[in-house]
Design a protein around this ligand. Structure first.
Ligand SMILES: Nc1nc2c(ncn2[C@@H]2O[C@H](COP(=O)(O)OP(=O)(O)OP(=O)(O)O)[C@@H](O)[C@H]2O)c(=O)[nH]1
Ligand SMILES: [Mg+2]
Length: 271
């Protein structure tokens, strides 16, 4: 499951060809981070397209993204009218990747918690897997400057997910991932109910059900240095209850029954 080495360093033939890789970042008030993030991504994967999904950030992040897009055909922006949650932002990014026929979609947080230097390892793992996870919880991985309370929460959620959903990965809650878009097409994204942070676990669960091979490569998560956290107690509790609900539905067979229904073409993040 774990991929520790990078047979294809940045810039080698291991990278997808021009226009086939979409790097996505959801943003809400990430102005100071975004101005540095876009050039940093392109320094590592020059041919990649970048999609910013902004929820009308009051600090003008969306405007800054538009300025990049106006100057650079590799940058795209999805504007949504207001803060609608990280999960629905990532679902919109997945739809964009499918609609525009990208081969790979690599997502990272816009706050530099997911250092761009790990992008080549994530891409290298796509030679063998349909989903590659940047993992804090395998040898070589970790997190720095993260409060103990957040570490505890993250570990507990991961234990819960392994137990309830039988997701065989070490880091099911992190958002630093690369997906094969063809596999996303096969996954029942129309059944995904999470609007917030539990989206990460739920989408992984749906990819595994669709037969995805999942690998992990170590990353060191760094606490944000600029901007404010969007994690609230309310959202954390909502995410945990969403995962418990999914686990119970799986246990009593409701999930299987639901999967037997035909897919809804534009479903996802249902209530
Ligand atoms: N478009 C959009 N992006 C969001 C939303 N909530 C969070 N994000 C972005 O999703 C990424 C992860 O969110 P963070 O606030 O960093 O959450 P976190 O990483 O769990 O928490 P901290 O690192 O402690 O701040 C960041 O790039 C955010 O700007 C949302 O509702 N809509
Ligand atoms: Mg963050």
């Amino acid at each position: 499951m774990q991929e520790g080495t990078s047979p294809h360093p940045a810039g080698s033939e291991g990278q997808p060809s021009a226009g086939r890789l979409l790097v996505t970042a959801a943003t809400y008030n990430e102005r100071d981070n975004l101005v540095r993030l876009i050039p940093e991504i392109h320094a590592i994967v020059p041919t990649a397209h970048i999609l910013i999904i902004d929820d009308n950030s009051p600090d003008g992040t969306g405007r800054i993204a538009d300025e990049f897009a106006a100057k650079d055909a590799r940058v795209h922006v999805l504007h949504r009218p207001g803060k609608m949650g990280l999960g629905t932002a990532l679902l919109a990014a997945m739809r964009y990747a499918m609609d525009h026929d990208y081969e790979l979609m690599l997502n990272l947080d816009a706050d530099f918690s997911h250092p761009t230097r790990f992008i080549p390892q994530l891409l290298a793992g796509m030679d063998r897997h349909d989903v590659m996870i940047g993992s804090r919880y395998i040898p070589g991985g970790g997190s720095v400057d993260w409060p103990l309370s957040r570490r505890f929460m993250s570990r507990s959620v991961n234990m819960l997910v392994r137990l309830l959903l039988r997701v065989p990965v070490h880091d099911a809650s992190g958002g630093y991932r690369c997906y094969r878009v063809a596999r996303l097409r096969q996954a029942r994204l129309d059944l995904v109910r999470s609007r917030g942070y539990s989206f990460q676990q739920e989408v992984l669960y749906r990819c595994l059900q669709a037969g995805a091979s999942v690998g992990e490569t170590p990353i060191v998560f760094e606490n944000r240095k600029h901007g404010k956290s969007k994690v609230s107690l309310k959202e954390s509790l909502r995410s945990v209850s969403m995962l418990v609900r999914l686990g119970v539905r799986k246990m009593v067979g409701l999930d299987k029954a639901e999967r037997a229904q035909p897919a809804r073409p534009h479903g996802g993040a249902r209530g």
